[in-house]
Design a protein around this ligand. Structure first.
Ligand SMILES: Nc1c(NC[C@H](O)[C@H](O)[C@H](O)CO)[nH]c(=O)[nH]c1=O
Ligand SMILES: CC(=O)[C@@H](O)COP(=O)(O)O
Length: 160
């Protein structure tokens, strides 16, 4: 199912564990800040709506999506968190750089999920244009930050 046919912000709290005892790290890329701030707001709002305490949410900023891997690894190895949400917005430009940034970021975050003992949630939009990014960070398709927060809670409590 494509995002076109799904609202990223819809969730059923009855199916989600309470997050009161959980600690979260959120690493936010500064590229396309209009988009990444919207994703961050959606993620933070959903975490708190599901019981997380604001003081248990640690935010770090990194320059771009490519740096999300290092930032997430450093946060995970220096702070006691139960899950990390890596937030970025990559938008196609004139060159192939988009392809390399998207691939490296996805592979890097995937690798962290193999190497670390906590989940790192891939909250990186990879859009053809700004309109698509706006539609997925609080627009008509909802907010991928919300979706990522729910995934973080579910993965942090997996098997509990
Ligand atoms: N064009 C975008 C970038 N590019 C920057 C890279 O992510 C990286 O910071 C740079 O190559 C230095 O290592 N980053 C985004 O997050 N979004 C873009 O659209
Ligand atoms: C994803 C990018 O790095 C891209 O926005 C950079 O733009 P360009 O390909 O025009 O240099």
């Amino acid at each position: 199912m494509a995002t076109e046919n799904k609202n990223l912000s819809v969730y059923n709290k009855n199916t989600i564990p309470n997050a009161k005892a959980l600690r979260f790290g959120i690493v936010v890329s500064e590229w396309n800040a209009e988009i990444t701030e919207g994703l961050f707001d959606g993620a933070k709002e959903a975490l708190i709506d599901c019981g997380a305490l604001e003081e248990n949410i640690t935010r770090w900023n990194v320059p771009g999506s490519f740096e999300l891997t290092f930032g997430s690894k450093k946060l995970a190895t220096t702070h006691n968190v139960d899950a990390i949400i890596a937030i970025g917005s990559v938008i196609q430009g004139e060159t192939k750089h988009f392809d390399f940034v998207c691939s490296a970021t996805a592979q890097g975050i995937k690798d962290l999920n193999v190497q670390l003992d906590i989940p790192v949630i891939f909250c990186v939009l990879t859009d053809n244009n700004m309109q698509q990014a706006r539609e997925r960070s609080g627009g008509k398709h909802g907010n991928k930050g919300t979706e990522a927060a729910i995934a973080a809670i579910k993965m942090a409590t997996l098997g509990a």
